[in-house]
Design a protein around this ligand. Structure first.
Ligand code: CUA
Length: 363
């Protein structure tokens, strides 16, 4: 079994290779506990093996072993030894817990509101605001600057989820009707094609395993550029544009659930699609029916970080969503604010390609 385990290599989602100070705090507690537990295990096993051999039955020796009962030195010593070990472990544990729970302060802290949905993550950067008052909204792929504290305030619109990026922090439940918090800090910018992976860690229904998170870490300038790009509107094609057919389909069907902010042919910036919120503890959180698609193609993945965003996958997704991800869109009820997945809208192959032609321009 040990040999087989050695073949697994290092998974990208391991808390044992932390990528930030909070992850390192957790990893250090783990290392200490592992070290002490290994010491206790080896010590107890050595005593046991020694006793087995030392006092084994020997051929020809028929005498009964010495009958003993009780030994205050071992009994008291065992209790004291355990208490001392637990006390040693508790110091970094309690300190680490307090550090993790501390609310980061300062002007540079980035505040992000997170909404858990069956089965995707919605992110609203409440301090990143466009001149017309829109906040930065995105989904599943989180972008943060390196070395800066990012404070997540999280809630859910349906069931309990759990936000977990193992290399940056522990997991935190995301509970409907409550706000929970988590701080992320990452050491270094990540290469664009190697974001830090995470995933939902609380069973939340059919596509729980496909409810992933990607964290892209930038340097300060890269983050500022990303924010600027995300706050800009996309473009709604005019009536004579070759993309007009895609827009006709999109604005008639897709905007029942998805929002897009686009500059129309008259130069006016309009947000299409339902503007949905949930209020928890007097705070408004986004409660959209589906991910905001204004800058869909700035993402590398879709379906909550599960599929590479390319024409083939997107074609299959629009044509037959449930062939990619287990969902139950037949139970969607927009009037009841209940969405359980992307429905098959029955578009023709041509309509699907027209919609993708349009989406590809929303970068
Ligand atoms: Cu959301 Cu599991």
């Amino acid at each position: 079994m040990l040999l087989a385990a050695a073949c697994s290599g290092s998974g990208p989602q391991t808390a044992l290779e932390p990528k930030g100070p909070i992850g390192r705090d957790i990893d250090q507690v783990w290392d200490l506990v592992l070290m002490l537990a290994t010491f206790v295990f080896v010590f107890v096993m050595a005593l046991l093996v020694w006793a087995i051999f030392r006092y084994r039955e020997r051929p020809g020796d028929e005498t009964e072993p010495k009958q003993i009962h009780g030994n205050s030195f071992i009994e008291i010593g065992g209790v004291v030894f355990s208490v001392v070990l637990l006390a040693v472990i508790s110091v970094p544990t309690v300190r680490g817990l307090l550090d993790i729970r501390a609310v980061p302060e300062g002007d540079d802290v980035i505040q992000i509101q997170v909404t858990g949905h069956q089965w995707w993550w919605e992110f609203e950067y409440i301090d990143e605001v466009a001149p017309d008052g829109r906040t930065l909204i995105t989904a599943n792929e989180l972008h943060i600057p390196a070395g800066v504290e990012v404070y997540l305030s999280m809630t859910s619109v349906d069931v309990i989820h759990s936000f977990w990026v193992p290399t940056l922090n522990g997991k935190r439940d995301v509970v409907p009707g409550r706000v929970t918090n988590l701080t992320l800090v990452a050491d270094e910018p990540t290469p664009p094609d190697e974001p830090i992976p995470g995933q939902c860690a609380e069973f939340c229904g059919l596509a729980h395993a496909d409810m992933r998170i990607k964290v892209h870490v930038h340097d300060a300038a890269g983050y500022a550029a990303w924010v600027e790009e995300q706050l800009a509107p996309s473009v709604q094609p005019g009536p004579d544009d070759p993309l007009a057919a895609g827009w006709a389909t999109f604005s008639a069907l897709c905007t029942a659930c998805h929002q897009v902010t686009a500059e129309d042919p008259e130069g006016e910036v309009v947000t299409h699609g339902p503007d949905k919120f949930v209020t928890v503890d007097d705070r408004e959180f986004r409660g959209s029916f589906g991910p905001n698609l204004t800058h869909l193609y700035s993402r590398d993945t879709f379906g909550s970080g599960t599929f590479t965003l390319d024409r083939d996958h997107l074609t299959q997704w629009i044509d037959e969503p449930e062939s990619l991800k287990p969902m139950s869109p037949e139970r969607n009820d927009l009037a009841e604010n209940r969405v359980l997945g992307m429905p098959d809208l029955g578009l023709s192959p041509e309509e699907i390609q027209q919609v993708i032609d349009l989406l590809e321009t929303w970068r």
